[in-house]
Design a binder for this molecule. Structure first.
Ligand code: ZN
Length: 63
């Protein structure tokens, strides 16, 4: 079960909402977010938080 959990967290990729391309390290991208309430403020690695929270992600060619 721990392995499943690990894979779950490892598999997070940010992909463009328009073309579906994965956003790579070092790439510039645009994101639409809603600022959460303070008690729901996400903590963690940025890519994981964004993958979970982002409403829209646009890669460098789509923005
Ligand atoms: Zn794109």
């Amino acid at each position: 079960m721990l392995d499943r959990l690990k894979n779950h967290f490892k598999d997070v990729t940010l992909s463009c909402s328009n073309c579906g391309k994965a956003v790579e390290e070092g790439e510039q991208f645009s994101i639409t977010l809603v600022l959460p309430e303070e008690k729901n403020m996400p903590v963690g690695q940025l890519d994981k938080v964004l993958a979970k929270r982002a409403i829209e992600i646009l890669c460098s060619s789509c923005k």
